[in-house]
Ligand binder design. Structure first.
Ligand SMILES: CC(C)(COP(=O)(O)OP(=O)(O)OC[C@H]1O[C@@H](n2cnc3c(N)ncnc32)[C@H](O)[C@@H]1OP(=O)(O)O)[C@@H](O)C(=O)NCCC(=O)NCCS
Length: 219
């Protein structure tokens, strides 16, 4: 039975791990999952998927020569930090695609990426390394989801949309065809993007507008 070490053990990590187990089960493979998290205490998880064996430092320092890593983190900055923290293990990262995700022709999905149940990537789509396409998110034809970017549940990208590296697209957000979103930009839940977003920062509303940075108080 193959052993998978999951970085993270909170709800999202368990969803990723479950998706991996489901995908492997469809081809008759069993899956041993071991979780590592800095905040979730050691012990069995209530989902029954496995147990937390220690912290991420324990994972980094442990004997992991036989394991494949699984990225159980949902937010771009945290994903990038954890991947950097575990780089010295030299272990590969699983690309996790739930068996009930719909993946069309000429779709490439990078190492460590996660495509959840109900998500759709139609055709000629590029999903970058460590990108997340969460439940029922949609990436239409010729779309690009950059490295470490995250589409939260029900985010919808129309055709020819480019989401830059490390972007976060909130749950239920919609992006019209041909729009490009600058690396590192955050689109709030329910936001509608009708023009390209040329710079990072947080964008909310219908259509999205930049959220003003908080004003500094005078001394
Ligand atoms: C956009 C977002 C990242 C902003 O978070 P934040 O930086 O903590 O910002 P704040 O909550 O301080 O909000 C700043 C302002 O934007 C408004 N705002 C925040 N999110 C908004 C949204 N989705 N739509 C419209 N306005 C929003 C707030 O009301 C606030 O307005 P105000 O200054 O007039 O009071 C967050 O609200 C969001 O929508 N995240 C999406 C997360 C998601 O989809 N998660 C799914 C996990 S499965």
């Amino acid at each position: 039975m193959s052993r998978f070490y999951v970085a993270g053990a909170a709800g999202h990590a368990q969803e990723v791990a479950w998706s991996l187990r489901e995908a492997r089960a469809t081809v008759g493979l069993e899956t041993k999952l071991v979780f590592f998290d800095d905040r979730v205490p050691a012990g069995l998880l209530p989902s029954g998927l496995g147990a937390v064996a220690g912290t991420l430092d324990d994972l980094a320092a442990g004997d992991v020569h036989d394991a494949t890593l699984v990225l159980g983190i949902g937010l771009p900055g945290a994903k990038e930090a954890v991947v950097a923290r575990l780089a010295a293990t030299g272990r590969p990262w699983a690309t996790v695609i739930h068996p009930r995700a719909t993946i069309g022709p000429n779709v490439t999905i990078g190492e460590g990426a996660y495509v959840a149940a109900g998500a759709i990537a139609t055709l000629n789509v590029r999903i970058g390394r460590f990108a997340t396409v969460n439940m029922h998110a949609q990436v239409a034809h010729d779309g690009v989801v950059g490295e470490f970017a995250t589409l939260h549940p029900d985010a919808h990208l129309a055709g020819n949309v480019v989401v830059g590296d490390r972007c976060e697209i909130g749950t239920g957000a919609s992006v019209i065809p041909g729009v490009r979103i600058a690396a590192g930009a955050v689109v709030g839940a329910g936001g509608v993007v009708v023009r390209s977003v040329e710079r990072p920062g947080t964008w909310v509303g219908v259509p999205v507008r930049a959220v003003a940075p908080p004003k500094r108080k005078r001394a």
